[in-house]
Write a protein that binds this ligand. Structure first.
Ligand code: HSO
Ligand code: ZN
Ligand code: ZN
Ligand code: ZN
Length: 262
């Protein structure tokens, strides 16, 4: 299986200070053959401006591609925040730039960030917080066709103020089934995001998810760490590769200019 990381950030994202060159060096050190930067862009984000300077970003990636040619493949990707209020702007932004790969993600709902100490989890049971996130994902998958792979389906599990913040798959089988069915219908991929992989329960969640996606005849599985720092000591890429393989996928998907690589 390909040794790749298709979800990482650098100082072109408002929430990272990392030099992309350090990300490249660290990836080489860890034996990755290919990485795709997926910098944030959001239209109207509460409290932070995730505004991607695309031309500066592309310039820097192109120079890194030259410098590291033959050592590692470097792709220029995007993590776009899905928000139905900005449907036209989002479609335009994604299509007017020459990205290799686009992750569609949800980080906020109606201007409330899904994050620690925000109003999102306030006075909400865990099951409600998780259900609302999935309902919103389903709506966004209906609305948006502009992305290649759905980012961190388990994002809502990262920041909840609950003793066990992880998702109980069995409580959401119905809606997750609908999400997966729609992704496959629309030809969209699913991301295995290793951010929570230190928790066995999070890995089990992805195991169910991948099995469902395979049963629905889905073909596109991407893999990403979501690193915002050039530090791979907590990487779980091998475990993710293992999960993907066990679910019946023979390869991890990679993209060039929005087209699935052979
Ligand atoms: N963790 C979120 C965004 C964020 N909000 C960072 C505040 N800081 C997506 O990576
Ligand atoms: Zn981020
Ligand atoms: Zn994200
Ligand atoms: Zn990210």
């Amino acid at each position: 299986m390909r040794n790749v990381d298709y979800h990482l950030h650098s100082y072109f994202s408002a929430d990272s200070e990392e030099n992309p060159r350090n990300q490249v060096l660290e990836a080489i050190k860890y034996g990755l053959e290919e990485i795709c930067f997926t910098e944030h862009h959001e239209f109207h984000f509460p409290g932070l401006s995730f505004n991607l300077d695309v031309s500066a970003y592309f310039d820097e990636i192109q120079s890194l591609q030259k410098e590291f040619e033959g050592k590692i493949k470097i792709k220029k990707g995007l993590e776009i925040g899905l928000d139905s209020r900005f449907k036209e702007e989002i479609d335009l932004f994604v299509n007017e730039h020459d990205f290799d790969f686009v992750i569609g993600s949800i980080h906020e709902i109606d201007d409330i960030e899904v994050y620690e100490d925000t109003n999102y989890y306030k006075n909400k049971s865990k099951i409600t917080a998780h259900r609302e996130y999935f309902e919103h994902l389903l709506e966004c998958i209906d609305t948006f066709k502009c992305f290649d792979s759905l980012g961190h389906l388990d994002y809502v599990a990262r920041y909840g103020p609950y003793q066990d913040k992880l998702i109980d798959y069995d409580k959401f089988e119905g809606i997750i089934h609908q999400i997966i069915k729609k992704l496959v219908e629309n030809g969209k991929g699913i991301e295995v995001n290793t951010r929570l992989f230190q928790f066995p329960k999070a890995q089990i969640f992805y195991q169910y998810l991948l099995t469902e996606y395979a049963m629905a005849d889905g073909k596109i599985v991407t893999l990403g760490t979501d690193n915002h720092k050039a530090d791979r000591t907590l990487d779980r890429i091998q475990e993710a590769q293992h999960l993907i393989q066990s679910a019946g996928f023979s390869e991890i998907s990679t993209f060039s200019q929005r087209i699935l690589d052979k």
